[in-house]
Design a protein. Structure first.
Lengths: 269, 269, 269, 269
């Protein structure tokens, strides 16, 4: 790859913002617009950070805005969905999965834990506990030297968030970057990394639509770091090729009659 | 669980044995029959090994022999398939996936790397290199203290096997127990462990239908050990419950001021 | 190994209990005595759980009670230390390390995070945050199907404990079984598993000497489960042997030409 | 850190080259000189790769060339040692360990598997099998999308190398990038990654002093990539601070008499 820029698509189902005035007050143009703007304006902190080209896509667009052509050029896809998971076309989900396995990064946000694409790539239920109670979330940085934690303090707080609690039914993560403390008494692994195929996946917990979490500078810092981290380093298609031997294979003294064998394996020894 | 016995089903698509005389010569009643007998007769070596009740199931049975009732009672499912992956019903695949996430063990053999159930649980292509050239496979034990390696020498050999080579497109395994050396020049991670939900998954490479690998005592030892390792320790269904707070949540008297939003949070809902 | 019983030594520096009346009131005979008794009386829950033979050892005994002979027969060593880490002999530390690498299990408790043996096996500082403020700890079970979590509810509480907070400077754990929530606002990875050599290591956070945590039934259940989990499956000494080739190595007739070096490789030696 | 350049020290015990004419013919100025030059001349392939400042250090220099001041400025240390591991001062080893835990990268080569610093950071014996028989090593890229594999083909060969075989007694690696196939019949995990503290460690197998492996372009590519990968992203010192509570801790109704407690825990409930 070694491209000079990273191409990002922020995908949003964009339903709550249209249906609920309170949500619209926080995200008038959709939370994808706030995330996209934040990504465009947040400078990279990691050594060698690349500039971003940021676009958006939404559920109601043709092919949900994720045509083959657009995905082919996408380096990192950010995904927010909640109430319309079932409306996402299986074809598009399969297309996104294929691109992740080829190397495209995927950042799944908050209620995206139940999205088709997240569950398909991870293979588990991705279930968790939840509660909406205007409570404080304190996000602890467990791996301060991880690229996704660059520039963050040892913890940061969101004064009002939906609670997500363990057990979070996901495969053992490759890396656990954040763990959340909730005022109401729960903990949650809030920042998790997996590799699948040649692509990197990051799940980040915050972002209930009824709270302004994507306006928070620390949340924006996490997203900007995660895009840099998830950007592809290769673009490979894994196939299942028949291979010729690299070394000479011995002529067997015992003839193994593959068409019409009568010996047992014991006979062969 | 803490059951006194482990209930095992050996599943086989059972096609090659019927269609190909050479394969039938090695596995007259199907390779599932050989595996099932071996499991029944191979004593457990790990401390606390439990006795097994072993049955079989095949593709052509109603519901492929994997009804809800049968799977509900199954502790470990062994899976061999090759040419008929596409014929396995999606409903049965989903049922098996659900049971693995609840805690049932799954042992996927050889060409089962491309089965629907393996790919669905792992989320990747599961592709690899391959060659049929009657070549020697030497299987090195990389983790001699792993329960699946109990009783094995530091390596064992299969004089004739199909070659599988890297890259094997699977998620990073939790544990790598075996790595194979092939006469023709390749290597392969031959024994891999993953946890998904509450279930344990083991992939074991050997077992091309045209070779008598499942008659090999070391292969049989691996399978017997793997069944003990994969047996469920719990039987849990993960849900996504709404939870009441365990701790008192502060009454917020501040308004939502962080964005210049003038409503209180309650107004937002 | 496949022994019929598990031999356990509970090691305690046994200083606070002698010097501090408040601690002595909770653990009159030392906290090792309470732990040893609990292990003896808590039945195993995991399938195939084995009975335990439990002994104790303390700092002031010759060789700290951990002679070569005693360690040779020990399957699982439980370690509690706090103020006297520096008094533990380097020879004994090396001996324990060697035994863990051969397969002996090691369970390190609470302030043992700073013990010589824990830091030597893990290679990191093992530092953390702390506070003594009589606060509530709620321990969440993140992996309910892990053997160490057998029989536990989804969380359990200790009404008064010392706080330990992240970042905990340990290597990425193989498995994270518990995460603690603290009343004062921190989180901590409270139950962590690592394999080193052929031995299994479990770190368990609770157990400040000034609180009766080792009298708690859930804590005792964790310790009993952890002993079963950590019990050795093999007893192997890794060496660095020179090996004869298994395959014939080609006679090289080419000279070492790659650098313009004119000698054959034999000349190089 | 976010420095504009990466400061590298290539450390070599530099003994064989002085004592053995055949080794000197391959590495007249020491293998550190060849590695340092290769690092200086091999352009970075990963997006955002930074230029390197490369120096060297050897055993016979004061403090082995690794003074506090020099290490403080070092981003990545490359280590080659074989026959003189025991001559490396414990003080310097501890200093290097401290720097790795703070974030400095460490690349350990070949026989460095038995160096004090590698064993101290990993905590295991780091033993393996070996043989000198002028045999071919084929190094398979198991993770083609890993930054350390950038620009490599799916495998590369060294026509003559010392054999290293499994079992390699190291902790479970965070990532396995390469696996070697040897002509004589063994396999070996040849490229392994670990994080310890805030530092990244990479072990790379090739490089016996009697073969010109460090002149090989693929080996040089691996080393150049590994330096970029291992470069620190932070420079943090982990401490063990006492922390003040972030949240108010409840006044306990039951007074827990820490100085003079008579209740048992049961009384408290």
């Amino acid at each position: 790859m070694n491209k000079a820029r990273i191409s990002v698509i922020v995908w949003n189902e964009f339903q709550h913002e249209r249906e609920n005035a309170a949500v619209r007050a926080i995200y008038p143009d959709g939370l994808h617009a706030v995330i996209a703007q934040a990504l465009s304006e947040t400078p990279g902190l990691n050594p060698g950070a690349l500039p971003l080209d940021v676009g958006t896509a939404t559920l109601d667009q043709p092919e949900h805005g994720l045509s083959e052509a657009r995905l082919a050029d996408c380096d990192v896809l950010v995904w927010w969905g909640h109430k319309a998971h079932a409306s996402v076309s299986d074809d598009v989900v399969e297309r996104v999965q294929r691109r992740v396995l080829e190397g495209m990064g995927l950042i799944v946000l908050h209620s995206g834990h139940f999205s088709k694409i997240f569950r398909r790539l991870l293979g588990t239920n991705c279930s968790l506990k939840w509660r909406e109670a205007d409570e404080k979330e304190r996000i602890w940085v467990v791996e301060p030297s991880h690229p996704i934690a660059a520039g963050l303090p040892e913890y940061f707080e969101l004064p009002f968030e939906e609670m997500y609690g363990e057990r979070f039914d996901v495969p053992p993560p490759d890396e656990t970057v954040f763990i959340s403390w909730f005022e109401g008494g729960e903990v949650f692994r809030s920042g998790l990394c997996w590799q699948r195929g040649h692509g990197r996946i990051f799940y980040f917990r915050p972002g209930h639509e009824a709270y302004p979490s994507y306006h928070d500078p620390c949340v924006q810092r996490v997203l900007a770091n995660a895009v840099q981290w998830a950007a592809p380093r290769v673009n490979l298609v894994d196939r299942c090729p028949m291979a010729a031997p690299l070394e000479k294979i011995a002529q067997k003294d015992v003839v193994f009659q593959r068409l019409g064998v009568v010996q047992t394996h014991k006979d062969l020894q």
